[in-house]
Every structure is written in structure tokens, then in C-alpha cells.
Write a protein that binds this ligand. Structure first.
Ligand code: 0GY
Length: 305
């Protein structure tokens, strides 16, 4: 099937630069997606956008160019609960990719086992209304109870303004809960102001809640420009991410978010995104936890030492 991309859709960066920051050996890109290709893996009827194609081979080429060893591929909303493209990528990776799926309440135990076999280790609950028709919390709780015995976790995506309505639900979930993109803070507000403090308190009070310190390109108002010619992009987002990394070093993950769905103002250079990492995890110890120890514990526990 041939698809027309959504109007204004920006394609992923074709020639990302080589990062100046050398990723430690064994680093995991713990948040990225595949889109189609649409000719092989059709996009969902209920999708809210139509992306460009972004195949597993293109993802794996980026992994190698940037210096990552592994990927965690998160089911993108444009594929709904049809996880085939993501599963195909996990299987083709020869153990170098694991996945996070979107599932319905009526998924059978057998299907869950098949997903596990393919490398899936979590499900995603999405509360962002521009991306999905939000599923009622009682249904999500049923899914949570079904996947908990498999040792999986739940990835949640929401807008900062909705945190108040969701935090009781998140606190009650029976698995590790990983929040996408620090709960999307408004980085024009102070890092120690009431809005971001609400998110920090949620993590303080719930040791099962983790955060991805991802997507500076989505949260930034200043954009990627470097300071003094240095490769120090997205400086308005860095204090938020660094705060989370320093306070919760054992509960943070990092990922590129390639191929960067729904960006309208600019498409990031993925090499420059990697150069954001030392600005939020300034020591080798923090970098090892963020890029290796934490994602390995969650996605490759059998290899975790
Ligand atoms: C992200 C963010 C977005 C989209 C999706 O699955 C998706 O469609 O996750 C977004 O538009 O903010 O994490 O990729």
C-alpha cells in the first residue's frame, strides 16, 4: 500500500553527524521506533498521522553509526496494536533489539507468550490525545495485571497538564512504570517550580516509577544551537534531564526517539542528540547507569550482571 505522509511531515535526518561524545561500549538506545515500511507493514486505520517510512535496516544503520550496541523499539501509534513491524525488527536484530508493544485487553496468553519470545518486555499506555483515542483506566489495569506475571513493565506517555489526573493510577500499577520524556515538562518554567516538582515528587514517592530523559528536541524552545560553537545542544532542556539523572540515577533511560514522529519545527541531527548526553549525565558513572546498567536490567535481565 502506498501512503501519503501527513502534511508538513519532516523526514528523519539522512546524514547525522558523528557524535563527539563516545558512547560507552554496550550502550542502549532505549526509545526509538520503526515505521513500516508501509508497503510491508500497513499503518493502522485508526492512526492520527501518516509518517514517512523508517525501516529496521535504517534503524540498525543509525545504531551502528552512533555507536549503540542495542535498541529498544517502542510501538508507534501509527501502527496501533498491530505490532508486526516492531516484532519483525526485534527478531531480525539477532538479539540486539527488544520491544515495547501496544496490546488490547482481549490478547490471549498464547499471544503474550509469542510476544515475549520475540523480545517484547513491556507495553505502552498512551494518554496523549493528539496521538490516540485514550483507553479507559479499568481496561489498562486489566492489561497491567495480565503482563505483570511475565516480568514486563509499562511505558506511559502523557502531557504534563494531565499528570494530576493520572498519578494515582500510575502509583497503583503493579509493575515498573517508565515515563516517556520526563512527563513532557514545560521547560520555560523553573526546574524547581511547582509543575516539575510534581513529577519529581511522583518519582520520590514511588520507587517503581522510572523516567526516560529523552526528547530534548521535542521539549526545547531554544532548539539545537550550540553555545560558543560547542556541541552542547538544547540547553534549556538539560537542567530538567540532569536533575532527574542525578536524583534517580538507577531509574533513568535514554534514547534517540528516531525517527522523531510529529516534529514540525526542525528535525534533529541524531549525532548532536548523542552529544546532549554528557550535559545531563556528566560523570562516567552516571553515563554507565543511564546507557547500560538501567536498560539492561529492564530489557536484558538475563545478561545483567
Ligand atoms: C515519541 C513521541 C511522539 C509519538 C509517538 O507513537 C507515537 O506516535 O510516540 C509524539 O508525537 O510526541 O515518543 O515518539
Amino acid at each position: 500500500m502506498k501512503y501519503e505522509k501527513s502534511e508538513g511531515w519532516l523526514d528523519w535526518h539522512a546524514n547525522p553527524s558523528t557524535p563527539k561524545f563516545r558512547l560507552p561500549e554496550g550502550s542502549v538506545d532505549a526509545h526509538c521506533h520503526v515505521f513500516g515500511p508501509g508497503s510491508e507493514f500497513p499503518f493502522a486505520k485508526e492512526r492520527k498521522y501518516t509518517p514517512c517510512d523508517a525501516s529496521k535496516d535504517q534503524l540498525f544503520a543509525l545504531r551502528d553509526q552512533l555507536g549503540f550496541s542495542r535498541n529498544v523499539i517502542v510501538q508507534a501509534t501509527c501502527h496501533g496494536t498491530d505490532n508486526r513491524a516492531m516484532i519483525d525488527a526485534c527478531i531480525a536484530s539477532n538479539g540486539k533489539a527488544r520491544g515495547v508493544a501496544s496490546v488490547k485487553t482481549d490478547i490471549s496468553d498464547h499471544e503474550l507468550q509469542d510476544l515475549h519470545q520475540a523480545g517484547i518486555r513491556g507495553v505502552r499506555f498512551n494518554f496523549v490525545k493528539r496521538l490516540v483515542d485514550v483507553i479507559p483506566q479499568n481496561e489498562l489495569l486489566t492489561i497491567a495485571q495480565r503482563i505483570a506475571p511475565l516480568g514486563w513493565h509499562i511505558v506511559v506517555y502523557f502531557e504534563a497538564a494531565d499528570l494530576g489526573d493520572l498519578e494515582t493510577f500510575f502509583s497503583a500499577l503493579p509493575t515498573i512504570v517508565v515515563v516517556d520524556h520526563m512527563g513532557r515538562p514545560d521547560v520555560k518554567k523553573p526546574v524547581n517550580g511547582p509543575e516539575f516538582s510534581q513529577f519529581v515528587s511522583l518519582m520520590e514517592q514511588n520507587p517503581h516509577i522510572w523516567s526516560k530523559v529523552t526528547c530534548p528536541e521535542r521539549l526545547s524552545f531554544k532548539g539545537p544551537q550550540a553555545l560558543d560553537g560547542e556541541r552542547a545542544p538544547y540547553q534549556d532542556v538539560a537542567p530538567f534531564a540532569r536533575h532527574i539523572v542525578e536524583q534517580f540515577p538507577d531509574r533513568v533511560l535514554w534514547g534517540t526517539d528516531w525517527p522523531h514522529p510529529n516534529l514540525r519545527s526542525h528535525m534533529p541531527d541524531d549525532g548532536l542528540l548523542v552529544d546532549f548526553i554528557p550535559h545531563i549525565a556528566p560523570s562516567a558513572k552516571l553515563q554507565t547507569k543511564l546507557l547500560i546498567n538501567n536498560p539492561m536490567r529492564l530489557y536484558w535481565p538475563e545478561k545483567d550482571s
